[in-house]
Design a protein around this ligand. Structure first.
Ligand SMILES: [Cu+2]
Length: 470
């Protein structure tokens, strides 16, 4: 496309966006008819504006930044990020389903992980039978929002950008020309991009007092066991449809972590291990208890004691997130690539805000991560980390042959939930095993199982139970 035509399209697109944002009395037909018919535009007028410097207003650099070929030619590392926009039915608490919209059949969408300076090549495909168009606004990019315009069913669109800033960044559907963006996001079309700092993460310093009461600084290597925790709300009618009225009044019907209410709490297998009875719950709320839930059976987050743990946390919701871990102190909070706090009890994230939490779990035990808004806790905004072997299970697991030798965390026996584990980055400690857990369609879960990289606990738990009771 030559530059003049590009500019014309850009001007037209600005008009469309302006009309969509501010001109609520316009119909889409009027907008399209008015702004996209370049044959009726006065080329001389455009040229005059150009000579006056007026086109600076539409950020000419954006042409280069969205040009995938030009960016690839710079020699930078190019990372492809392919997404499909599809509406599906997914389970919610209480045995029902809701009408979800997803990136690639899962909520949240797949996590993108790149290094600062990489080129991201984002491709969004919408199947021909999809009921609506979808867009994708990636907050890790710094380019004109025009590139995020929606893609129609049966079509594919692509844009490229350089991930210039390190940190955690939301991406989300931008609706159909911004219309319905709220519905699409709260129905599940959100995810994160993690941009690792070009020079890697920093080692962690934890300041404590030693046994004699002396001030003591302990240092942990930059490599860490990593988790991702994405908070959001659901606004649903009893029939499982998006309830815009509830959203406008901030009356959410559920708080979700990685798409699920109470997704990281014990299940019947944990009941059996700790209480000796699958029916004796060990936690106040265990709504995803049974094997029949398959990939949505609740699972716990396992860490070792004295291990550097790094959490990538994003608040996708309309409500504030008061992130707290019961029984722990957040040893370091980083936003972007700058430390914001050390040794803080709770950190506040507003809507579409994120942070990286570094911490060490010193003592064996169960530690609840919460949104310390009590309404959020009781509607699902809680999950459990289990550090070390607080229940003294190592001897019995070894004796019964579940594991060959004592382990530093239960992750070695059962794995950590896949939806809480981000892709590996430059300072990632590999999880001992990863189990299939998440708000996935059955197709997504089947593909993960077929890959052989993940443990399907709904098949393994009966085998472990048989070993334990033999
Ligand atoms: Cu959408």
């Amino acid at each position: 496309m030559n530059k003049r035509i590009s500019m014309l399209f850009t001007i037209a697109a600005v008009a469309v966006m302006g009309a969509t944002l501010f001109g609520s009395t316009y119909t889409q037909t009027q907008i399209a008819g008015q702004s996209l018919d370049i044959n009726k535009m006065d080329i001389d007028v455009i040229e005059q504006i150009h000579q006056m410097g007026g086109l600076q207003l539409v950020m000419p650099q954006a042409f280069a930044e969205t040009d995938c070929g030009a960016l690839a030619d710079t020699g930078r590392n190019v990372v492809e990020f392919n997404l499909t926009g599809e509406s599906v039915e997914l389970p919610i608490m209480g045995g029902k389903t809701y009408n979800a919209m997803t990136f690639s059949g899962q909520v949240p969408g797949p996590t993108l992980r790149v290094t600062q300076g990489d080129v991201v090549q984002m491709t969004l495909s919408i199947p021909a039978d999809e009921v609506t168009g979808h867009g994708n606004d990636m907050h890790a990019s710094q380019m004109t929002a025009l590139a995020f315009d929606s893609v129609n069913p049966g079509e594919t669109s692509q844009y490229c950008y350089i991930a210039e800033s390190a940190g955690v960044f939301k991406y989300h559907c931008s609706g159909v020309h911004l219309i319905g963006m709220d519905q699409h996001v709260f129905s599940g079309m959100y995810g994160i991009a993690i941009v690792d700092p070009a020079n890697g993460y920093k080692k962690l310093m934890v300041e404590k007092t030693s046994g004699s009461g002396e001030l003591d600084r302990q240092f942990y290597d930059a490599d860490a066991l990593e988790f991702q925790l994405q908070f959001n709300q659901l606004y649903l009618t009893p029939e499982g449809n998006y309830d815009a009225g509830a959203m406008f009044q901030h009356h959410n019907t559920a708080t979700v972590v990685n798409g699920i209410q109470f997704g990281y709490v014990p299940n019947m297998a944990h009941n059996l291990l700790i209480k000796g009875d699958v029916n004796k719950n060990i936690f106040v709320a265990q709504p995803w208890n049974g094997l029949e839930n398959k990939q949505t059976q609740s699972q716990l987050l396992y860490v070792e004691n004295n291990q550097h743990v790094r959490l990538f946390v994003e608040n996708h919701g309309n409500e504030p997130l008061f992130f707290h871990i019961v029984g722990e102190i957040l040893d370091r909070v980083t936003q972007g690539n700058r430390v914001q706090s050390a040794a803080t009890e709770t950190w506040l994230l507003g809507g579409s805000q994120n942070m990286i939490v570094d911490l060490v779990f010193d003592e064996p035990g169960a530690y609840a991560l919460v949104n310390h808004d009590y309404a959020a806790i009781y509607t699902g905004g809680i999950g459990l980390f289990v550090a070390g072997d607080p229940f003294g299970l190592n001897p019995i697991l070894v004796e019964k042959g579940v594991i060959p030798a004592p382990v530093a965390s239960y992750a070695y026996a059962f794995g950590n939930p896949s939806d809480a584990v981000p892709p590996m980055g430059m300072n990632s400690i590999k999880h001992p095993a990863i189990n299939i857990h998440g708000l996935y369609t059955d197709d997504v879960a089947s593909e993960m199982q077929a890959s052989g990289d993940y443990v399907a606990l709904w098949e393994e738990i009966p085998k472990v139970a048989a070993m334990l009771t033999s």
